[in-house]
Write a new protein. Structure first.
Length: 192
């Protein structure tokens, strides 16, 4: 890992092993599990395409990436191609290699594919407001049951922590910390 940092930065002071381990931990946890799975799938698809043509995968060249974009443009959506390009870039940068996707020709090919295919409208959902959450909870008819209380707590926790549905679903008891505040127990659901 230290050599990866060294290749990307100018020569300087060598950090301690303990500091290198901490940096390595941060770098490996910088992407969500879903992103890691998605990128791994994209890189496998790219590698299979390269193998069919005897092109280099890692490291690869901007010409190969542009040709891959042209090939994928007839098969998948622009967002999938963009994800593929991001995965190729991440694989190279994570290995301390030059990013072939930053080349002007690759960026032009990606823009051209976007114009040809069109881009899907953003599907970003509006966040739930406090007022909307009040209405949701008022509409719940089982608030006196254990299940109802649990459901209300989960909804309020997601709202208070501004978490996405997938993040709330991944919470477990190990994510909770009991804090004593002025004679009261408070539960902190920070994902630190």
């Amino acid at each position: 890992m230290s050599s990866v940092v060294q290749r990307r930065t100018s020569p300087g002071t060598t950090i301690t092993r303990e500091d290198a381990v901490l940096v390595g931990y941060l770098l490996t946890s910088s992407r969500s599990e879903e992103t890691k799975r998605s990128y791994a799938s994209a890189v496998r698809t790219f590698a299979a395409w390269c193998a069919e043509r005897s092109y280099p995968v890692h490291p690869t060249t901007a010409d190969v990436v542009a040709a891959y974009i042209a090939h994928r443009a007839s098969l998948v959506s622009h967002s999938t191609i963009s994800r593929d390009v991001a995965a190729i870039a991440a694989a190279h940068l994570d290995a301390g290699l030059e990013d072939p996707t930053s080349h002007h020709g690759v960026r032009q090919a990606l823009r051209s594919a976007g114009r040809t295919l069109g881009t899907a409208p953003s599907r970003r959902a509006a966040p739930v407001t406090t007022e909307a959450m009040r209405r949701i909870i008022e509409a719940m008819d089982d608030l006196d049951t254990v299940v109802g209380k649990r459901d209300r707590a989960i909804l309020l926790l997601g709202l208070a922590a501004a978490q996405r549905r997938s993040e709330v679903a991944q919470l477990s008891t190990k994510d909770l910390t009991r804090l004593g505040v002025a004679g009261h127990d408070v539960v902190d659901a920070g994902r630190g």
